[in-house]
Write a protein that binds this ligand. Structure first.
Ligand SMILES: Nc1nc2c(ncn2[C@@H]2O[C@H](COP(=O)(O)OP(=O)(O)OP(=O)(O)O)[C@@H](O)[C@H]2O)c(=O)[nH]1
Ligand SMILES: [Mg+2]
Length: 148
């Protein structure tokens, strides 16, 4: 079976790019560069299959989040570091915490803004540049270390 990891985050934060860089082969359901349903990719780490799903960030496709989230083992919140944590991202982290699901935060687009992300939570924040594959694998390993 392996593990199911879901990538959340507000629109344009870099979720699809993150999944594409982490996985060799991916399936994307996009229109004009915007995820309209989901992205999927997988990889094998230490002999275990890791299934990655990236959610759509745009409001009108957000009904998909609940469906994609069924049976998840862990989550990655991709935040645009130049924008900061949005209300949508706060809500997602709230519900993950309510349900006791392990997650990490990717403070993405460090090439545009490398200031420290303001986040009033006890969570691992990994600085990333998804377009340059910086920090992504290390961040995923950090998450996997939190999943039993
Ligand atoms: N400068 C910079 N641009 C990035 C980075 N990561 C992603 N982008 C760019 O940001 C834009 C959006 O990236 P996506 O990966 O499509 O973002 P997304 O979160 O999947 O967007 P939605 O599916 O529409 O919610 C694209 O133009 C990416 O090339 C980064 O680390 N640095
Ligand atoms: Mg996307």
């Amino acid at each position: 079976m392996g593990k199911k990891i879901v990538i959340f985050g507000d629109y344009d934060s870099g979720k699809t790019t993150t999944l594409e860089r982490l996985c060799e082969k991916t399936v994307k359901i996009e229109y004009n560069g915007i995820t309209v349903a989901l992205d999927y990719g997988n990889m094998t780490i230490d002999g275990e299959k890791i299934h990655l799903f990236a959610t759509p960030g745009h409001e009108r496709f957000r009904f998909m989040l609940e469906i994609i989230s069924i049976g998840l083992d862990g989550a990655i919140i991709v935040v645009d570091n130049s924008r900061g944590v949005t209300l949508v991202e706060e809500r997602i982290m709230d519900s993950l915490e309510d349900e006791g699901i392990p997650y990490v935060v990717f403070a993405n687009k460090q090439d545009l803004d490398d200031s420290t992300l303001k986040i009033g939570r006890d969570v691992d924040v990994i600085p990333t540049i998804a377009t340059e594959n910086v920090g992504l694998f290390e961040g995923l390993k950090t998450l996997l270390g939190k999943i039993s």
